[in-house]
Design a protein around this ligand. Structure first.
Ligand code: MV4
Length: 499
């Protein structure tokens, strides 16, 4: 069994992982940058070590430093969360060499699934359906032209080392191709350090349906059904739900089996997500494997009752999967809304700053995975995700109703957030009807900012004033580390008399 876990991440996912460790009585080590001294994950972990300056390369991406802290604190395992080092095969390999357990897939599988063209080749051999397109990278311009003709326009340029939509572009006609390829290669080089690009048939108005899988170190693989993540903005998911309205039980079964096969032939272990695109005719294509715990994992946890982070830790400890495919069922419906520190009235511009007041949503069927608190200063250096609201109910309509309530109860003052925008998405008749193709935001929400502009949120200003004095006493305690839990640690800063 793992004795102590270092969490190589920050924010809500670090908090989520620490909570799983606490439930399993595994001690935790938080690492943090100087911008995160007062972060929630630092307060919650049993130990916390500062690893450097705010820029990610000097802290959360600093492999040498993180390995050194693991050794120094006696942590024998590292959970990478999502982002940062989560899908870095060099980091996974380094942990393997140093005798540390990387709570994620082995480095070989990680390398394979990180190379889109290589994995397309592997999948073709195994008769996994993939989007028609090129099977080689590093082609000459002439070969790109021939490939585009045989695939048929429009085509899509993708980076082999890419994923999550970075570096993609659509090409509608032969005259755009050459410039597109050149630009795509430049972009891929600067984003991934690898200029390899390839062409695929462009699928119009697809839906994004992904399957959660768990694989132990003994070849046992189960899937935990799908998540639909079609509502995205510039390749950033903002709403996810399960089950998907777009697939029936027959298709669900087929895609689940294909997902497991993808995992088996990749030699993949631990938790993973197999992404598919679903076209208008309900034909599905394998897209990529996301080799990490994902932001949207809670919706799967709510409908299946399986704690995915605990499963990750058990698998990494060398336990066999106890879950049987027949026993995993979807019950009810879950929706997740991601709360970002962004201004939806100003093109989703990131908004760092101090949170003057926060009231968390709560109630039956409401889960709040959160990395912030009243008084916390959101740093500018990292992904602006603050928290996630996840609701569960027996039906989609009731889960949507609970989400609308939860979002209206949720107050964050001091910085701009996407809460109001998400409320509008939840209330939109097209969302209510389940019309969640990937162009949902452009099609239905593009005038949202204009509608809201000029409105004065007087209530917010009044609330801010009212709570600002209270803030002085409700500031979170400094980091205090004691072995035994004590009520004095939870009361916050206080004093007798005066202010
Ligand atoms: C595509 C596509 C259309 N045709 N590939 C975006 C994320 C990345 N994992 C793959 N993506 C897409 N790949 C082909 N051949 C359209 C998208 C896409 C998309 C996919 C899922 C959810 C939202 C999306 C938004 C824009 C484009």
């Amino acid at each position: 069994m793992i004795k102590k876990i270092l969490i190589a991440n920050r924010g809500e996912i670090a908090v989520r992982v620490i909570n799983a460790c606490r439930e399993m009585s595994v001690p935790t080590v938080a690492v943090y940058s100087t911008a995160d001294r007062k972060s929630l994950h630092v307060q919650m972990a049993d130990e916390a070590i500062c690893i450097g300056d705010p820029p990610p390369l000097e802290s959360y991406l600093n492999i040498d430093k993180i390995i050194a802290v693991a050794k120094q604190t006696g942590a024998d395992a590292i959970h990478p969360g999502y982002g940062f080092l989560a899908e870095n095969s060099d980091f996974s390999a380094r942990c393997e060499r140093e005798g540390l357990v990387f709570i994620g897939p082995n480095s070989k599988a990680l390398r394979l699934v990180g190379d889109k063209v290589a994995s397309r080749e592997t999948m073709t051999k195994a008769k996994i359906p993939i989007i028609p397109g090129m099977m080689t990278k590093r082609a000459e311009m002439k070969e790109f032209k021939e490939a585009a003709e045989s695939i048929g326009y429009p085509v899509m340029i993708k980076a082999s080392a890419g994923g999550g939509g970075k570096g993609m572009r659509i090409i509608y006609s032969p005259k755009e191709l050459e410039k597109g390829i050149e630009a795509g290669m430049r972009e891929a080089k600067s984003a991934f350090g690898d200029e390899s690009v390839y062409l695929e048939k462009y699928i119009e108005e697809p839906r994004h349906v992904e399957f959660q899988v768990l694989a132990d170190n003994f070849g046992n693989v189960v899937h935990l059904f799908e998540r639909e993540c079609s509502i995205q903005r510039r390749h950033q998911k903002i709403v996810e739900e399960t089950p998907s309205c777009a697939i029936d039980d027959e298709l669900r079964k087929k895609m689940g089996e294909v997902a497991k096969k993808v995992i088996k032939i990749s030699g993949y272990n631990n938790a993973g997500t197999v992404e598919f695109l679903l076209d208008k005719n309900k034909k599905f294509y394998f897209l990529e494997v996301n080799a990490r715990i994902q932001v949207e994992h809670p919706i799967t946890e709510l409908v299946t009752g399986v704690d995915l982070v605990k499963q990750q830790i058990k698998i990494a400890s060398g336990e066999k999967l106890k879950l049987k495919q027949e026993e995993i069922k979807q019950r009810g419906h879950a929706i997740e809304c991601r709360i970002y520190a962004e201004d939806p009235e100003n093109n989703f511009f990131p908004c760092a700053g101090k949170i003057l007041f926060m009231k968390e949503p709560a109630g039956p069927g409401v889960r709040h995975d959160c990395g912030i608190y009243s008084g916390f200063d959101v740093p500018v250096y990292y992904d602006p995700i603050l928290s996630k609201v996840i609701t569960w109910a027996e039906t989609r309509e009731d889960a949507r109703g609970r989400m609308i309530m939860a979002l209206s109860d949720y107050i964050i003052l001091g910085i701009k957030t996407t809460i109001g925008f998400l409320s509008s998405v939840m209330g939109h008749p097209e969302f209510a009807a389940g019309n969640t193709q990937t162009n949902f935001i452009e099609k239905n929400m593009s005038d949202w900012g204009d509608k809201k502009k000029g409105r004065k949120f007087l209530n917010e200003a009044l609330l801010a004033a009212a709570v600002s004095s209270q803030m002085k006493t409700s500031e979170k305690r400094a980091v205090v580390k004691e072995k035994a839990p004590s009520p004095w640690l939870t009361v916050g800063k206080w004093s007798i008399g005066g202010n």
